[in-house]
Design a protein around this ligand. Structure first.
Ligand code: SAM
Length: 292
């Protein structure tokens, strides 16, 4: 096996060789601890029959672990300066394809079709750029990609919100948006010392496994997400107050909103944070005719 990229010494050597300077604006905090990388790869459950999609390979720290465990790795890297470095550091691995694109603009479905057909499962595995964590995860979940799940490093605070259960202060519209599509859990918390340079926030690894079908039956997804966002607009307010003040013409439609809450078995005095995804689904289905 080749020497790990992700040791402090080797990482410094590579950065020096290429005169590479970190771009904070691209969320460049590279991992320099092989144990953490082994753990992430294990939690992702990769085998030779699995393909991995990576976002932001950096200098290849995680990529080489994925290449050792998975059948194939498809990695999207926005920073062109990293391409010659990756060509060098990943030269021992023939099963890696690097695409120089912004993941948020890339046609991931087309790339998957081109590069990853024939694999039993596809997992997204990454140490995400923290400035775009949520848009990346939501893109991967809403574009109907043939992925089994997502196992990624992110800000601990965002991970806590994603995996939160009803009745907790972290639970909100982000928890619902993600848990509607997946089963979410935090598998590891990670100290700042395993990064170069060290980020300002604590980190965690979460694992999201896509559900066969969404967690609840929703008649109009866009409206369902609008209702959940409205319900958390002011956390201390009751669900009735939030819905009347946030939904279009909500104040005029108060009677209808009250009737929908009753039909959905939701006490108007409850707060959004106490409702399960199923309750939000029922409620938004009842409210739908009033707003669409
Ligand atoms: N995987 C490497 C590691 O763990 O050491 C680097 C992780 S670093 C936190 C995030 C990486 O994502 C950087 O290499 C950065 O250039 C890249 N990146 C930032 N924004 C991106 C985007 N929109 N699309 C693709 N890659 C991006």
């Amino acid at each position: 096996m080749h020497k790990d990229i992700a040791t402090p010494i080797r990482t410094k050597e590579i950065l020096k060789k290429y005169g590479f300077s970190f771009k904070k604006s691209l969320g460049q905090n590279f991992l320099i601890d092989p144990n953490i990388l082994r753990n992430i790869t294990e939690y992702a459950g990769l085998t030779e029959k699995t393909a991995a999609i990576e976002i932001g390979p950096g200098i290849g720290a995680l990529t080489e672990h994925l290449a050792r465990s998975a059948g194939k790795v498809l990695a999207f890297e926005i920073d062109q300066r990293l391409l010659p470095i990756l060509a060098d550091t990943l030269s021992p691995y023939s099963n890696v394809t690097i695409v120089n694109e912004d993941i948020l603009k890339a046609d991931v479905g087309e790339m998957v079709e081109k590069e990853l057909t024939g694999y039993e499962d596809i997992m997204v595995v990454a140490n995400l750029p923290y400035y775009v964590t949520t848009p990346i995860i939501l893109k991967l979940l809403t574009e109907n990609l043939p992925i089994k799940g997502i196992c990624v490093m992110l800000q601990k605070e965002v991970g806590d919100r994603i995996a939160a259960k009803p009745g907790t202060k972290e639970y909100g519209s982000l928890s619902i948006a993600i848990q509607y599509y997946t089963e979410a859990e935090t598998v590891m918390t990670v100290p700042k010392t395993v990064f170069m340079p060290q980020p300002n926030v604590d980190s965690a690894v979460i694992r999201l496994i896509k559900r066969d079908k969404p967690a609840a039956e929703v008649h109009d997804e866009e409206f369902f997400f609008q209702v959940t966002r409205a319900s958390f607009a002011q956390r201390r307010k009751t669900i009735l107050n939030n819905l009347t003040s946030q939904l279009p013409d909500g104040k005029q439609k108060k009677e209808g909103i009250l009737a929908s809450l009753e039909k959905a078995d939701v006490d108007p005095g409850r707060r959004g944070e106490t409702l399960s995804i199923q309750e939000f689904a029922k409620l938004s289905n009842e409210l739908l005719p009033l707003f669409k």
